[in-house]
Design a protein around this ligand. Structure first.
Ligand SMILES: Cc1cc2nc3c(=O)[nH]c(=O)nc-3n(C[C@H](O)[C@H](O)[C@H](O)COP(=O)(O)O)c2cc1C
Length: 371
């Protein structure tokens, strides 16, 4: 399954793995794929530590860093992170904080210890993500910067290109893909409805060929719902240059998901996810639970936009992660519909091996059908 993009990035397999866990990034790249570290939850100082660790554990393999600069968000235009945080905090109604806080208290989720609290506004804006890009570019093995939720600003694209790296961006519609292409994005990631995290309304099998056709010859990675090698074969058969996966890596042995969260994922079926705005303000696929239901319920104050809703729920994300065993019914469990295929804990190497094996079997099946 070697494609042109593999040569461009110096990798063996066009399997891209989005993850928040540095161990998974290093293991995927070491296994011949391309690990991408999700930076949204890190301060620039923390990101520096993560990248340094990956550099030391990835051998001579490349990896990527993913940032989030949405195309539209509250406070756009302000580039000083501290001023922006202050400005945004003033826009949050107390009612939303009280609702979130009561929901956690009613479910017996303990408060965070005072010394573990952190900023409410992490990398969800140009102001907070640009310093992350600067950190990432200091690391030679970072060969790709990916952006979620919009076309990154011109100066960010320029900065990445000036440093000799590639830029990719996610999209959920062919129109967004064209906008990315026009802005000079090198690799377009077409993510279908079934994917984990923020996702649009078009299913993968309908979206991928439309995006591939719309932006040709720009390389496209197929994302959303991929959990097996035959799905990779389907994506490459449609003309994708590789696949971009996320959910699959939440249940590998190297992942740092707390055991209770791992159990939630392993026990879930493909019907157990919902696209909900309750954690970040934009539709994000996650396991449905009492938290997602409550924000849809009669007493809900409604959702705030991005990044305000995320500022309200940052504390809940930290608390439900820290006390995962007590918080299963209200935890933030972002994952795609492919969760129904994630039924056992395997190592990264085992997952990559299985994907490759299934890919070969699928291509052999197709060859047997050839006239
Ligand atoms: C837990 C989780 C968190 C995610 N966070 C981000 C993110 O911060 N930035 C991003 O570009 N994509 C994010 N995504 C989306 C992935 O990059 C990827 O497009 C998606 O997982 C592909 O669909 P799949 O989950 O079916 O493999 C996230 C996905 C998951 C499962």
């Amino acid at each position: 399954m070697h494609t042109e993009l593999c040569d461009k990035l110096g990798i063996d397999l066009p399997i891209f793995a989005f993850t928040h866990c540095r161990d998974v990034v290093a293991a995927v790249s070491q296994a011949g794929g391309f690990g991408v570290l999700g930076a949204v939850g890190f301060t620039p100082e923390q990101l520096e530590i993560e990248c340094k660790w990956i550099d030391e554990h990835v051998g001579d393999k490349p990896y990527g860093v993913d940032i989030v600069i949405p195309g539209k968000y509250e406070g756009m235009g302000e580039i000083d992170p501290e001023k922006l945080e202050e400005q945004l905090r003033a826009l949050i109604p107390e009612q939303h904080r009280e609702f979130a806080s009561k929901l956690l208290a009613d479910h017996g989720v303990p408060e965070m210890p005072a010394d573990e609290r952190h900023h409410e506004l992490l990398g969800w804006t140009a102001a907070t993500a640009t310093p992350q890009v600067e950190v990432a570019l200091q690391h030679d093995k970072v060969r790709l910067i990916a952006n979620a939720l919009g076309t990154p600003p011109e100066d960010v694209i320029q900065k990445i290109h000036d440093a000799g790296r590639l830029v990719s961006a996610l999209c959920g519609r062919p129109e967004q893909a064209l906008k990315h292409k026009q802005a000079g994005i090198d690799i377009i990631i077409a993510q279908g409805y079934e994917g984990g995290g923020h996702t649009g309304e078009i299913g993968s099998v309908v979206l991928w060929p439309q995006v591939i056709k719309a932006v040709a010859p720009t390389p496209v990675l197929a994302a959303g719902g991929i959990g097996s090698g035959d799905q990779i074969a389907a994506a490459l058969a449609m003309g994708a240059q590789g696949v971009w996966t996320g959910s699959l890596w939440l249940t590998v042995r190297e992942a740092e998901s707390p055991p209770a969260q791992m159990d939630s994922y392993l026990g879930a079926s493909s019907r157990d996810t919902v696209r909900s705005r309750s954690y970040t303000g934009k539709p994000c696929r996650m396991l449905r639970n009492e938290w997602t239901d409550a924000w849809e319920g009669a007493e809900s104050p409604g959702y705030l936009g991005m990044p305000l809703q995320g500022m309200v729920t940052m504390d809940a994300i930290a608390r439900t992660h820290r006390y995962a065993d007590k918080a299963q019914s209200v935890a933030f469990n972002p994952v795609g519909q492919v969760v129904g295929m994630m039924n056992e804990v395997r190592t990264v190497r085992e997952v990559i091996y299985k994907l490759s094996e299934e890919y070969i079997e699928a291509t052999e099946r197709i060859q047997q059908l050839a006239p």
